[in-house]
Design a protein around this ligand. Structure first.
Ligand code: DON
Length: 312
């Protein structure tokens, strides 16, 4: 961290300004349509929330509107799997950037079914396999976990998105069966994919996401309840993976310009962790060529630069 973040006179008015700027800016891409139910979202939604460790919440725009969390769910899945496994997990999924698209198949064959990291789809499918084999009802356990972290019982999965992705999930099925052929998937592939699609289909707002991931900014302890969610080493590891792989093939550029651990999803959300300060979550559905939401990237970039937030 570059010292204590500079506090703007009024954080909420800065967020309002960023949302207004984003609304005026070009969309910067197209809404994801390879999962047909996602294509129905209004591309003009723009929201941002900042949750500080003392519980202060700042919001602007559509910060309370739930959206499909998609790959942001990979953070929750990873934290759950790390709590149920030991370091042998890292023999099944590595901790390196992939340099490939999030749903790429090619590298996986060269590398004998061991995904580069838990945030590309193949890696998250291995994590889903860990959850399906370690929990008797992994989907329920996943939902309970995020509800508990967000402090909101009404969080649920959007069943239309879940079904839609199941029907159009051939690439993820290919990744899963390829890994199964290398012995890196224990459970039946359909059960693993069912869990994976379910967790991606969970709907949460910017506020829900920022609140639920605050433990990552606080060395594993959820502020407010003071409950330990993971040990400090796991929080460090998840943040390191977010920094190197959370924004996929744009992770280097994001580290270069922003310098915060972050994770995007094709529903248009991004969460960014600011250690010892809080969590930022921005949402705008249209995606750039890396599969990251263009206007949400800009809002987080501007916010971090205006406040001097960076882990480097
Ligand atoms: O598996 C998929 O393709 C989607 N459920 C999640 C991909 C995703 O969010 C990638 N993130 N930018």
């Amino acid at each position: 961290m570059e010292g204590t973040p500079k506090q703007p006179k009024n954080c909420s008015s800065l967020l309002e300004e960023l949302v207004e700027q984003a609304r005026q800016a070009p969309r910067g891409g197209q809404v994801a349509d390879y999962i047909p139910a996602l294509a129905e979202v209004d591309p003009d939604h723009v929201g941002i929330a900042v949750v500080e460790l003392d519980g202060t919440v700042h919001t602007a725009g559509d910060a309370h509107v739930p959206f499909s969390i998609q790959s942001i769910s990979k953070i929750f899945g990873l934290a759950m799997a790390m709590s149920r496994t030991d370091d042998t997990l890292w023999e099944r999924v590595r901790m390196e950037p992939s340099g490939q698209a999030f749903n790429s198949v090619v590298q996986l064959e060269w590398e004998h079914g061991i995904p580069r990291n838990p945030f590309i789809n193949a890696g998250a499918i291995v994590i889903a396999d860990v959850l399906t084999s370690r929990y008797s009802a992994s989907k329920t356990a996943f939902l309970q976990y995020v509800r508990y972290l967000a402090g909101k019982e009404s969080i649920s999965a959007d069943h239309r998105v879940w079904e839609s992705e199941k029907q159009h999930g051939n690439r993820n099925a290919a990744l899963a069966y390829l890994m199964k052929s290398f012995g890196n998937i224990e459970s039946d592939v359909p059960a693993v994919l069912d869990h994976y699609f379910f967790q991606c289909a969970v709907s949460m707002s910017c506020v829900d996401l920022a609140k639920s991931l605050a433990f990552l900014a606080n060395k594993g302890v959820q502020p407010g309840s003071e409950e330990r969610i993971c040990d400090a080493r796991s929080a460090h590891r998840i943040n390191a993976l977010l920094s190197t792989s959370g924004m996929y093939d744009q992770s280097g550029e994001f580290a270069f310009t922003v310098g915060l651990p972050a994770k995007s999803g094709v529903g248009g959300g991004i969460v960014a962790v600011v250690p010892d300060y809080g969590v930022i979550c921005a949402w705008s559905p249209p995606l750039n060529r890396f599969g990251n939401p263009a206007r949400a990237v800009s809002m987080i970039t501007d916010f971090a630069q205006r406040l001097g937030l960076s882990v480097y």
